[in-house]
Structures are given as C-alpha cells and as structure tokens.
Design a protein around this ligand. Structure first.
Ligand code: ZN
Length: 166
C-alpha cells in the first residue's frame, strides 16, 4: 500500500469513528439536503452565516464512509471561512475529485483535503466524496438568493454576489 493510500485509509477511518461537527446545528440560518442515489448517501448540511462568513456548520445523515469522512473534513475546512473562500474550496475539491486539478500543483487551497485525490480513480466513489460539497454549495446559494430579494446585504461586495455567479 502506498503512503498516500495509507494516509487516505487512516483519514477515512478516523473521521468515521469521530465525525467532526456532527449533528443538527442550533439556530442554522441556511441548510440543504444532499442525495446520492448511486450509493444511498443522504446528508443534511446546516450553516450559520454571519457577515458573509461561515460562523458555524454541522452535518448529519446516513452515508457511506467516504461521504461521511468527506463531509466531516468539509465542515472543518470551511468553518470560519468567508463564503467566497468556501465556494472556491468546493470548486477545487470537485475539480480534484474529477481529475481536473492536480493536487500536487500549487495555487489551490485544498491543504489536507488532497487526501481525497485518489477517488478520481474510483468512478463510483467520486459522487460520494463530492456530495457534501454539493450540499454545502446548495446551502450557500440560498443566501445568494435571499440577498437578491431585498434583504440587507451585511457586507456589500464581500463575495456573496460573486459566490452566486461562481
Ligand atoms: Zn457513498
């Protein structure tokens, strides 16, 4: 087993045993449901946004190990980040999982998330790994819609609008 594979196995096991930010978030401002019928993954992502940043995040649901570990690491990665930074991570993760982004190249922000780069060689697991990020994206977009419907934008030009067009 390669070092990369071994690290991947250890990360998946660890996050399944102790999923971070597990559970429904109290006072969530946004949430979304994610479904991957191919595998049966069914998750919920809850967000509390403040000043265009992810102040708090939680998730729960029924899913396979890869999806659960990906969701757990996703919540760790975006907690405290600005919405536009979270959207950038979601796009980069998706590109990496689809083999369109080289995790060894510089210029991306994935950090420890590159442990999931191996799923590009496992077509049936790509959707499991991406689902939490899709669900995050959906949750974030409900804020983009809300802000265009006349709600006061707390920080105009801070990235909420850009996130909506990413
Ligand atoms: Zn799955």
């Amino acid at each position: 087993m390669s070092a990369a594979n071994q690290l991947y196995q250890e990360v998946i096991l660890d996050h399944n045993r102790k999923p971070r930010n597990w559970g429904k978030l109290e006072h969530a401002s946004h949430h979304a449901e994610g479904l991957n019928p191919l595998c049966g993954d069914h998750i919920f992502v809850y967000l509390r946004l403040r000043d265009a940043s992810v102040e708090a995040i939680g998730f729960e649901g029924q899913s396979c190990a890869i999806c659960k570990a990906s969701a757990s690491m996703m919540t760790q990665s975006v907690k405290g980040k600005r919405v536009d930074e979270a959207e950038t991570l979601a796009r980069e993760f998706r590109e990496m999982a689809l083999g369109k982004l080289d995790p060894s190249a510089s210029g991306h922000h994935l950090g420890r998330l590159t442990v999931f780069s191996g799923v590009r060689d496992l077509p049936t697991r790509v959707k499991c790994a991406i689902l939490p990020w899709h669900t995050l994206h959906s949750a974030l977009h409900s804020i983009a819609r809300a802000s265009t419907e006349g709600d006061a934008d707390p920080v105009p030009g801070s990235g909420l609008e850009r996130a909506g067009h990413a």
